[in-house]
Design a protein around this ligand. Structure first.
Ligand code: 5AD
Ligand code: SF4
Length: 450
């Protein structure tokens, strides 16, 4: 088959939930199916096939998908030949149960089985249910060129590894995405070079734990580690910004920080999930570091990269979390002065160590109250972090027209903060210098420096 639009071509609508890995995976899925003649559509009512790429990290992530399946059911009432598939982490976790619970689901495909999608869709199209949830030790989709689904064609995710070996006691990821494997560095470099040639100005290297990236290179006869990969990507072109996510505090090396310091185009932003500020809780979470170790990593960042923004993930209400532990989380946040944070209530996930051996003993009320305290503190810290930027000049990569005004553009600085400024003659993809004059809760506001 080919890509030519024909009467026989099936129209594919894909919806993505969850993390950046899922965004990148949906681009692989579209590539696999486009090669078989499927045509991507943004109009769900036009679709012959609906795929929903799902997340299992917290129960509410799954609830949203159940809700969507009810919506798809309504669409199928009008279009009985419609195929509905659940792919990704929730597909992996629930397997056939998805089909049993929701008759609307025709297809269930886990994150390592996307190459099999054309066959499975054919099976589903013939009226049978199709399932492939086999996890792989090797699959990295290295040879598949993702079809970029982003709108602005400026910034792309590049997956450098898959899966996770960390076994944090609360986390479903190792069960739904399998063990850790790194992608061939040559294929990563090729993909980034190709993106740059196509006009992309920013890549984010993504993986569940980028610091443990490792590729055995026969040629140079030694392992390419993350610091080396980062340097090779940065060298592709100084006009290409490089970001990465997610780092793990137990593995984040000074070497990576020194590489960041050497290359201007590696952005000054590190996302370093702390989860908790209490060593006692970190141990129960099996995070592999203490509060002191985490703070040592933070001081290394501040020493080697004084301009670096730091963001984090915080989880509140984990099993056995005492008020004292919660206060240690608040004090950690205050000590680090995060620029940004994602904050969650602990949600027990089936199969994990915590579900099997610990009790989810913090009441919903306490979780909610602690989360509010954490969010309030972070709002204050985010505001302080923005106030410190007043008067500073940043290089900003233009991402598009501001939502609030046609005469304003928005973009990000190296620290990943959103900056809004007058449009003049600039356009998406340009680099501009902006002096910060003001700020709101989420945005820096500035003037162009010509
Ligand atoms: N409950 C709540 N939050 C979780 N996370 C991971 N597992 C859970 C869970 N069971 C959070 C962590 C992680 C982020 C991606 O999601 O903070 O860093
Ligand atoms: Fe959600 Fe984790 Fe899967 Fe990403 S890897 S989609 S966060 S469960």
């Amino acid at each position: 088959m080919n890509n030519v639009k024909s009467e026989l071509s099936q129209r594919l609508y894909i919806e993505t939930y969850g993390c950046q890995m899922n965004v990148a995976d949906s681009e692989v899925v579209v590539s696999v199916l486009q090669d078989k003649g499927y045509i991507i559509t943004e109009d769900i009512n036009e679709a012959d096939v609906i795929l929903v790429n799902t997340c299992s990290i917290r129960e509410n992530a799954e609830q949203r998908v159940w809700g969507r399946l009810d919506v798809f059911k309504q669409i199928r009432k009008k279009k009985p030949e419609l195929t509905v598939g659940v792919i990704g982490c929730m597909a992996e976790r629930l397997k056939e149960e998805l089909i049993e619970k929701k008759k609307i689901v025709d297809l269930v495909v886990g994150p390592d089985a996307y190459r099999d999608l054309p066959n499975l869709l054919e099976t589903a199209g013939s009226g049978q249910k199709a399932v492939n949830v086999i996890l792989s030790k090797e699959e990295t989709y290295a040879d598949i060129s993702p079809v970029r689904l982003d709108k602005n064609k400026i910034s792309a995710f590049v997956s450098i590894m898959r899966g996770c070996n960390n076994m944090c006691s609360y986390c479903i990821v190792p069960y739904v995405r399998g063990g850790e494997r790194s992608r061939d560095y040559m294929s990563i470099l090729r993909e980034v070079e190709d993106l740059f040639k196509k006009g992309y100005k920013e890549v984010t290297l993504i993986g569940q734990n980028v610091d443990s990236y490792g590729w055995e290179s026969g040629e140079v006869n030694k392992t390419i580690k993350f610091a080396r990969l980062l340097e090779m990507v940065a060298k592709i072109n100084p006009k290409l910004r490089v970001r990465f996510s997610t780092s793990h505090p137990k593995d984040m090396s000074d070497e990576v920080l020194y590489v960041m310091a050497m290359y201007n185009n590696i952005c000054n932003h590190i996302h370093l999930p702390a989860q908790s500020g209490s060593t006692n809780i970190l141990e129960k979470m099996n995070r592999g570091y203490t509060r002191e170790w985490y703070l040592d990593r933070i001081s290394a960042i501040k020493r080697i990269l004084p301009e670096c923004a730091i963001s984090t993930d915080i989880m509140t209400g984990f099993s056995g979390e005492a008020e004292e532990d919660h206060n240690e989380t608040l004090s950690l946040m205050q000590e680090v002065k995060y620029d940004f944070a994602y904050m969650f209530k602990y949600s027990e996930r089936p199969k994990t160590y915590a579900a099997r051996h610990l009790t989810d003993d913090i009441t919903e009320e306490i979780k909610a109250r602690r989360l509010t305290e954490i969010i309030d503190l972070q709002n204050k810290l985010s505001e302080e972090s923005k106030k410190e930027d007043l008067g500073k000049i940043f290089e900003v990569l233009v991402e598009g027209i501001s939502k609030k005004s046609e005469d304003q553009l928005f973009g990000r600085n190296s620290q990943n903060k959103v900056v809004v400024f007058p449009k003049n003659n600039y356009k998406t993809g340009d680099y501009v210098f902006v002096k910060i004059m003001d700020c709101t809760l989420a945005t820096l506001i500035g003037e162009l420096i010509e």
